[in-house]
Design a protein around this ligand. Structure first.
Ligand code: ATR
Length: 274
């Protein structure tokens, strides 16, 4: 029987996950369907239960349900526990729900494997302290960065997150207006402002010469954060399309035990063929 998977979110019509997983399934010759589900904000648990009862084998979870999802699970990976958010849910043969978060490893793989960034010894600035930032913190600290700074408009959230992660590596928190004398080899946007196009304002000196800029979001046109990176003369400016495909590949690996080749899928999306 064809195994069923889906992405659940609200809104969901824009999601590229069905196209990405269809491409993975085709490439690896897996017998699977992957749909999209418009989740009910008042009964997310009911939607998940219905999907599992109908024989569903796995879900990707997206906005606004990532934080809700982990309350439903029978067990949780360490990275999902730290992130306090789940983007991948796998159903065992016995019907148990396992939760994971592949966002962080997706970001690391895109930067390290696809783009060739070497994290070891680098100073990294993560802008934002919401769910998206939390999802990538542990994998970022595990790369061997020399220093990770979390900067957020609401400084208390950055400080609390840094404090919570202290045991995992060299991390500190500050406000967006406290970046006077620091310079970073890599600046990552994990705020939701990229989604709304409002842009965020960082001091122009905080990107090191030949530094890199990464926006965890993507759009068909240059994101405001990527534009800011270009204006600063960043060596590389990268949007989150590769991260999107890499986190999907990690979910696929979890479900099917196979790692798809991501490069052709990233290229097809970039060229508007998916
Ligand atoms: P997500 O799950 O996408 O991270 P979230 O948990 O609501 O969403 O967090 C949004 C993040 O984007 C926060 O870090 C938020 O800053 P505050 O904590 O100060 O609210 C940040 N953010 C959103 N809009 C912003 C803006 N215009 N300028 C700066 N930061 C912004």
């Amino acid at each position: 029987m064809t195994d069923r998977y889906a992405v659940i979110g609200n809104p969901i019509a824009h999601s590229k996950s069905p196209a990405i997983h269809a491409a993975f399934a085709h490439q690896t010759e897996q017998d699977m369907d992957y749909d999209r589900i418009l989740g009910n904000p008042d009964d997310f648990a009911g939607d998940v239960r219905a999907f599992v009862a109908a024989g569903g084998r796995g879900l990707n979870v997206t906005v606004p349900f990532k934080e809700l999802a982990w309350e439903l699970l029978d067990d949780l990976s360490e990275r999902a526990r730290v992130a306090r958010a789940v983007n991948t849910l796998a159903v065992s043969d016995g019907g148990l729900l396992h939760g994971d978060n592949t966002d962080g490893i997706g970001l690391i793989r895109d930067l390290a494997e696809n783009q060739g960034f070497s994290f070891a010894g680098r100073s990294v600035l993560l802008v934002g302290a919401g769910g998206a930032a939390r999802g990538v913190l542990l994998p970022l600290l595990e790369t061997g960065v020399a220093a990770l700074t979390i900067a957020n408009r609401t400084v208390e959230k950055a400080l609390a997150l840094a404090e919570a992660m202290r045991a995992a590596g060299p991390v500190s928190g500050c406000g967006l207006d406290q970046l006077w004398d620091q310079r970073f080899d890599l600046i990552i946007n994990a705020t939701s402002s990229g989604l709304h196009g409002s842009g965020i304002h960082l001091p122009s000196h905080c990107l090191a010469e030949r530094g890199w800029v990464y926006d965890m979001y993507y759009s068909d046109t240059l994101t405001p954060f990527c534009r800011w990176g270009q204006e600063q003369g960043a060596r590389r400016v990268i949007d989150g399309l590769g991260m999107l495909v890499e986190q999907a590949a990690e979910s696929f690996l979890l479900w099917r035990g196979l790692r798809p080749d991501t490069a052709p899928v990233i290229n097809a999306l970039r060229e508007g063929q998916l």
